[in-house]
Design a protein around this ligand. Sequence first.
Ligand code: AP5
Ligand code: MG
Length: 215
Amino acid sequence: MNLILLGAPGAGKGTQAKRLEEAFSIIQLSTGDMLRAEVASGSDLGAEAKKIMEAGALVPDELIIGMISKRIDQDDCKDGFILDGFPRTTPQAEALGEMLEEKNLTLDHVLEIRTDDDAMVARITGRYTCAKCGAGYHDEFQKPAVEGVCDKCGGKEFSRRADDNEETVRSRLKAYHDQTSPIIAFYGDKGVCKAVDGMASIDDVTKQLKEAIGG
Ligand code: AP5
Ligand code: MG
């Protein structure tokens, strides 16, 4: 099963992708995570992406399309994947369609996590992740069971993203509305897009997504 999770910055794409990964044994492909790994590795692509991401703008389509196409060809994608943060523009959505056709793959679901912008700043500025295993937390909405200790791996070091400040979040929200939200209509016209209420609790959003997928 191959699916797309669409939603604004902070909508819960990453949080829900991790849960769907476990529930359906398919893999999360987050273009944001891939770009952050490129930045950390000091590659040419990472150097180009760093400033753009810190400004809250979008990395050029051709870089992203090439990166995701290579990733889909890897062996761990053969049982299916969850696209988190891709496609993000109409040209990316068109390129994905062509790419899947060439690779003889189908797109089974496009799921939009619908949220209110006003709540997204608090979600993003309170977010942190385990430095060892990448598990996601929130200062208020998703605390680890024992403060300062990761539930999943016991790690005690956490990190926050360079683009998780209020000013950048506002630019990311603008980029979402200007450049990404038109693809909801693109998929709506094809009859494959379903929306869930992303303002509900994390558990409830998971439930809605599973129902939409039919599992
Ligand atoms: P990316 O990493 O994709 O960031 P984003 O789209 O801005 O989304 P986030 O990761 O911030 O939010 P999320 O929806 O995953 O929320 P999360 O689950 O963490 O992209 C970063 C940058 O990379 C872009 O700005 C761009 O520059 C570049 N980029 C990436 N892909 C690109 C592409 N295709 N083309 C061009 N450029 C690209 O949740 C947030 C917090 O809220 C967490 O702390 C969580 O615990 C909490 N939370 C989640 N759900 C709930 C809930 N229901 N109730 C309460 N709290 C909740
Ligand atoms: Mg994310």
